[in-house]
Design a protein around this ligand. Structure first.
Ligand SMILES: Cc1cc2nc3c(=O)[nH]c(=O)nc-3n(C[C@H](O)[C@H](O)[C@H](O)COP(=O)(O)OP(=O)(O)OC[C@H]3O[C@@H](n4cnc5c(N)ncnc54)[C@H](O)[C@@H]3O)c2cc1C
Length: 281
């Protein structure tokens, strides 16, 4: 909680929460704050900006750091004439050993082609195939019955992240704040108005360069802080994967579910001299 700053914020100053409440009364003027500058955060930011909304995107380390730029293999879409939503849902359920939420798997499969098309429109340089759907080369990975993985050689995440970051940099309604670490959501409790019910007024964020915790009022806050792989000492996940958004949501009273699902992909084999990685099948 910002009122009890954690170790990194101990010596930083904290703006007074009442300011957030007063400022939030004119919430229409405030931006949407998106916490996280990976694929999830940048996608939300660009969609909101395209609807005329002002957006501030925070990244707690450099903008390039996060899981997105590390993804290699590719991104799934129901694109080919030999593919179908039913086939994708079936493969997902089989790979998920009966633990898959069918509604979610179906939603993702139904919207996957549109999502890949959107990435193509943003200028992601996927590997081409003039004969392929949308002009894309599709590969087939473990668990998939057909070729349905769009990729940019073997550095798909880097290609996606660079393209979306370039779009976000160029968009006049998007502000990117690098090395700004959100430390807590500002809720009714912080502004002394618990009777307002569960409302979020913005975020407290540590400006790492200035070593100050600032109040960022927002008309809405999007938590897109990635995974929690760093709960393990040895992991192929990036340093940023510490579950900050999940912790902030939990402290604000949100329900948190399925925490036992930790990203294990890709698998790793450690040797003192070498690190082998391969994707799971
Ligand atoms: C090695 C590797 C290979 C992978 N390969 C594939 C693949 O081939 N295909 C596939 O589909 N998926 C793959 N994945 C998974 C995929 O990369 C992730 O699911 C996806 O990128 C997650 O995107 P995200 O935006 O949710 O998170 P991230 O890209 O991790 O972004 C999180 C963002 O949140 C920011 N952040 C975190 N905490 C805070 C805070 N407190 N304040 C401010 N900012 C904060 C970070 O700085 C970062 O900008 C792979 C993952 C890894 C690690």
């Amino acid at each position: 909680m910002t009122s009890k700053p954690g170790p990194e914020a101990t010596h930083a100053s904290v703006s007074h929460p009442a300011g957030a409440k007063a400022q939030a009364q004119g919430a229409g003027e405030w931006p949407v704050v998106v916490v996280g500058a990976g694929l999830a955060g940048l996608t939300v930011a660009l969609h909101l900006a395209s609807q005329g909304q002002r957006v501030e995107v925070l990244a707690k380390r450099n903008l390039g750091e996060g899981a997105t730029a590390w993804a290699q293999g590719g991104i799934v879409g129901v694109l080919g004439s030999d593919d179908s939503v039913e086939s994708h849902v079936r493969d997902t359920q089989d790979a998920g050993a009966g633990l898959v939420d069918e509604q979610t798997a179906r939603f993702i499969a139904e919207n996957s082609a549109q999502a890949v098309s959107w990435l193509v429109e943003q200028g992601v340089p996927f590997s081409p195939d003039p004969e392929g759907p949308l002009g894309l080369h599709l590969t087939r990975e473990g668990g998939h019955a057909v070729r349905r993985i769009a990729h940019a050689a073997d550095a798909t995440g880097k290609a996606i992240h660079e393209a979306l970051l370039a779009k976000a940099h160029a968009h006049p309604l998007v502000t990117l704040r690098e090395r700004w670490m959100a430390v807590d959501l500002i809720t009714s409790r912080h502004v002394g108005q618990p009777e307002d019910g569960p409302r979020c007024y913005g975020v407290y964020a540590l400006d790492i360069a200035a070593q100050r915790v600032e109040t960022l009022p927002a008309r809405a806050v999007v938590l897109a802080t990635g995974g929690v792989g760093k709960v393990y000492r040895y992991t192929s996940n990036p340093e940023t994967a510490t579950g900050d958004g999940i912790a902030m949501a939990w402290r604000a009273g949100c329900r948190v579910a399925n925490m036992e699902f930790i990203q294990f992909h890709p698998t790793c084999l450690y040797h003192p001299c070498l690190l082998y990685t391969s994707r799971c099948v």
